[in-house]
Ligand binder design. Structure first.
Ligand code: DQA
Length: 138
């Protein structure tokens, strides 16, 4: 089982960024814990602040991996190009948001990506990534 977590813009600042919304844990630390917990699978992590780099990664993994866990950050609400990439690949993607985007500004209520994702996990903090892994494990 080969899975990848892809985080989009500003998510490299988790732990420092608006901690009241996103928590105080660095993603790198959380990811190490996930790798320990799910040591029997091949779990990868990629983060980029650049739309094209996220699309390139989706293309790279999207015909060989078993699942993608995608938090595209603000690109969720703007990017037709990332939506097209998810539609173009074969590997199913689960959309994850740490915060409850529906309790926040109106512009966060719309996702270009959701229609092309297998499912969406919203507002459950970092635990959302773990739940997505568990879904793929079946
Ligand atoms: C986010 C929600 C987005 O609206 C925001 O732009 C982010 C993070 C989340 O994980 O809650 O960068 O995707």
């Amino acid at each position: 089982m080969k899975l990848i977590i892809i985080n989009g813009p500003n998510l490299n600042l988790l732990g420092k960024r608006e901690p009241d919304i996103y928590g105080r844990q660095r993603f790198e630390d959380y990811f190490l814990r996930l790798q320990e917990e799910f040591s029997r699978i091949s779990l990868h992590y990629f983060q980029s602040n650049h739309e094209g780099a996220i699309i390139d990664k989706l293309h790279e993994v999207g015909f060989s991996y078993d699942g993608i866990i995608l938090n595209a950050g603000a690109y969720t609400h703007t990017s037709v190009a990332i939506a097209d990439a998810i539609a173009a690949i074969e590997t199913p993607a689960i959309e994850v948001h740490i915060s409850n985007v529906y309790g926040r500004e109106e512009f966060r209520h719309h996702s270009y990506l959701s229609p092309y994702c297998r499912g969406v996990i919203v507002g459950l903090g970092l635990k959302g990534y773990e739940l997505a892994i568990r879904f793929f494990l079946g």
